[in-house]
Design a protein around this ligand. Structure first.
Ligand SMILES: [Mn+2]
Length: 320
């Protein structure tokens, strides 16, 4: 029996992330340091949301990333050295998880299998969403890590148990993460404003032991003052809702919230996580290209992914 289709490789003529090697079968990931995978879906809360506004995000980020391809061997002043620290770093692009419209359970199952397979071949998955539902199946694929801490950058805490009867939607990834036995420790940075959380959701997050770090504290006291909120762990998974950034640099979102993180605040938080332990995965979700201004959100997302890969190389976690 042929293997069921798990990925849709990037069609010829369309860009891969950083013009990196295009994967047609997941066994070709073997030996790669980083594997980009798009998950262009969401889980709708109503009929009007059947087409995720973040469905075009992976291809928008790939297109924006092309502006960086000439500079991969250059000095990166944000990292204080050559971008990849003069290491040989192999990045591959797996295209997107194979999606079937309306088959939300099947899409989630394929997402989990793809991430599991990428990890089996030794690469760090970098997942381009999709909405904030997609880390739910992604994080299930880490049940062999022992224990990992989940670090969220977001305006919202995403601790709803359900919305309209949907328990695995974009308002619930942190509650679902808390239920995984392999998740030990959680911190949520950039929280502000109003959103899906009620008082009972905040109490559930605090009761679990999640550390909620307000964006305002990061602005007032600096990133350095909040780094002790990163729980101790040997492995870290980072889930980054792009609305955690300020809408002045990330307007392409569903719910712009004033008072968000700057580029450097987000980058230094991710770098600090990498300095504390092994980064086993990163997702960036909730980009809405239709709401973007001059592709700024996709461009800044591509930059943050590139910064993360550079920080991994500088920390010696990837490359040779
Ligand atoms: Mn979110």
């Amino acid at each position: 029996m042929p293997e069921p289709q798990l990925i849709s490789p990037i069609p010829s003529g369309l860009p891969s992330f950083l013009d990196s090697e295009r994967i047609k079968r997941l066994d070709q990931v073997e030996g790669a340091d980083v594997a980009i995978i798009g998950v262009p879906y969401g889980v709708p809360y109503d009929v009007a949301g059947m087409r995720s506004p973040s469905a075009p995000a992976p291809s928008a980020v790939r297109a924006a990333s092309r502006r960086f391809t000439r500079y991969l061997a250059h000095y990166d002043f944000d990292l204080g050295g050559p971008l990849f620290n003069d290491r040989d770093v192999r990045i591959v692009d797996c295209g997107d998880v194979f999606m079937q419209s309306g088959d939300f359970a099947g899409n989630a199952s394929r997402t989990e299998q793809v991430v599991r397979t990428i990890r089996k071949h030794g690469a760090v998955p970098i997942i381009l969403g999709g909405d904030h539902a997609i880390p739910i199946p992604v994080m299930r694929a880490y049940d062999d890590v022992g224990s990992m801490a989940v670090i969220q950058l977001d305006a919202h805490i995403d601790w709803r148990h359900e919305v309209n009867g949907v328990t695995e939607g974009l308002s619930s990834p942190m509650r679902r993460a808390s239920e995984l036995s392999h998740v030990g420790g959680m911190a949520q940075f950039g929280i502000r404003g109003t959103g899906s959380a009620g008082k009972e959701d905040v109490e559930a997050a605090l009761g679990y032991g999640s550390r909620l770090v307000m964006a305002e504290q990061i602005h007032d006291q600096g990133v350095a003052s909040v780094l002790d909120q990163i729980p101790n762990a040997s492995s870290y998974y980072v889930t980054f809702d792009i609305d955690g950034l300020d809408p002045s640099i990330a307007p392409g979102v569903n719910t712009p919230s004033p008072g968000g993180l700057t580029y450097f605040q987000a980058a230094r938080l991710i770098e600090a996580v990498i300095q504390r332990g092994k980064l086993v995965g990163l997702d960036i979700v909730e980009i809405v290209p239709d709401n973007d201004v001059g592709d700024m959100t996709s461009f800044n997302t591509a930059r943050l992914v590139l910064f993360t890969i550079g920080a991994l190389a500088h920390a010696g976690q990837i490359g040779r």
